[in-house]
Design a protein around this ligand. Structure first.
Ligand code: SAM
Ligand code: SF4
Ligand code: SF4
Length: 371
């Protein structure tokens, strides 16, 4: 009998233990990393599970019925997440994005949203709370998410052609159900809604124009994402990346565009408006154009590990502090010390690196820390 070969992809054991530094680092809202970048955006993964198997994220051959997902006891509880989020907010975070895996699979996610919505920034303002979803449960949940205090959603949709979409999500999920989820989110007031489309050359790039036409004039901002070399399981190849510049060219040729100013510092998407004023699109060029210079994003994994970069090879375990005897001030010092030591800028360095040399090919999976 032949043995099944399981690639070494489990990043979850590879973490550094976060330490409370001897000198306190109080949360003043002014924390900067080693390159002077502030901490403004926290992405929290609430589950490592998903009901889709997008080949660029959770390929079926790896994430099969034998895959060892985290046990419930390993996940941070809503109270633990809210406590650690409060500390991040005191350090300057203004925006929280819930992600996963598929965040709407986490039971009673509305309760977490209610708790996070009660937090205030260091200037006393409510946080900007948003969520990225594959849209499969959105029709059912949009109203309750809004009532809980969620402001906006980003929905992932890789095309309008049903056959292509069913193949890309690899669970035969229809486009129509995601579109109904988007409509429900609009009706519930979860806007401005963004739609994320990962573009893979040769797979769904012919969907760029149909998608642009579909969302033009709808108030929804369609964003084209370059297929990224995240994780170690998706078999990424540069020749499958369609550079954003080409996406813009293709749309511009049919639907004229003008470039718009970025909406905020550290914004990942380059904005383009339709020349006739009928809305805008965005392009996220994480492969062809590095935007590490003002990257103000931290990521908290489902089990409480802090990641400083989407392409990090290890996290910093905060859970032992959260579940141990550390006070909020000690937790703030530990997080402060980790952020102060941050010099990650993978996308900027990628161009000059031989493939996988800096990471040994062992990067954290996107489904584990979210997008
Ligand atoms: N399940 C939710 C969803 O799909 O929206 C949230 C988590 S998912 C990891 C977050 C985002 O990452 C999605 O918009 C997805 O398309 C994007 N993503 C996943 N793998 C990617 C890759 N290899 N390159 C570019 N984007 C990717
Ligand atoms: Fe699931 Fe989102 Fe990853 Fe697709 S991109 S497999 S929907 S987590
Ligand atoms: Fe930020 Fe890392 Fe992405 Fe650069 S590569 S923008 S540091 S997450």
């Amino acid at each position: 009998m032949s043995e099944r070969v399981i690639p070494l992809i489990d990043q979850r054991l590879r973490s550094l233990t976060a330490q409370v530094p001897t000198q306190a680092i109080p949360a003043t809202g002014l924390l900067g990393d080693a390159l002077g970048r502030p901490l403004r955006d926290l992405r929290i993964s609430v589950t490592d599970r998903c009901n889709f198997r997008c080949s660029y994220c959770m390929p079926k051959e790896i994430f099969d019925k034998d895959y060892a997902y985290l046990p419930h006891s390993a996940l941070l509880s809503f109270e633990e997440i809210t406590r650690v989020a409060r500390v991040f907010v005191a350090h300057g975070v203004q925006k929280i994005r819930l992600t996963g895996g598929e965040p709407l699979l986490r039971k009673n996610i509305e309760i977490l949203i209610e708790q996070l919505a009660a937090l205030r920034t260091t200037e006393g303002r409510p946080l900007d709370i948003t969520l990225t979803t594959n849209g499969s449960l959105l029709e059912r949940k949009a109203a309750s998410l809004k009532a809980a205090g969620l402001q906006r959603v980003t929905v992932s949709l890789d095309g309008l052609d049903d056959a292509i979409f069913r193949t890309m999500n690899d669970v035969d999920f229809p486009v129509a159900d995601v579109l109904r989820g988007i409509e429900a989110a609009q009706a519930a007031g979860l806007g401005p809604i963004k739609v994320n489309m990962v573009v893979k050359r040769g797979t769904n790039d012919h969907q760029i124009l149909p998608m642009a036409r579909h969302f033009q004039g709808s108030g929804i901002v369609l964003r084209f994402i370059e297929y990224m070399d995240v994780g170690a399981t998706n078999g990424w190849r540069m020749d499958e990346v369609l550079p954003s510049a080409e996406v813009v060219q293709r749309v511009h040729a049919e639907l004229p565009l003008v470039q718009l100013e970025p909406s905020a510092p550290g914004e990942t998407a380059e904005r383009w408006g339709y020349a006739d004023g009928s809305g805008e699109i965005g392009v996220i060029s994480s492969v062809t154009q590095a935007f590490c210079g003002d990257c103000n994003r931290a990521r908290l994994s489902t089990e409480g590990q802090l990641y400083l970069c989407l392409f990090a090879t290890h996290g910093h375990d905060l859970r032992h502090l959260i579940r141990g005897s550390a006070s909020d001030a000690e937790l703030a010092s530990a997080i402060g010390a980790i952020w102060q030591g941050r010099s990650d800028r993978y996308s900027q360095l990628r161009a000059s690196m031989p493939p996988d040399q800096s990471t040994g090919g062992r990067r954290v999976e996107m489904s584990y820390i979210g997008g």
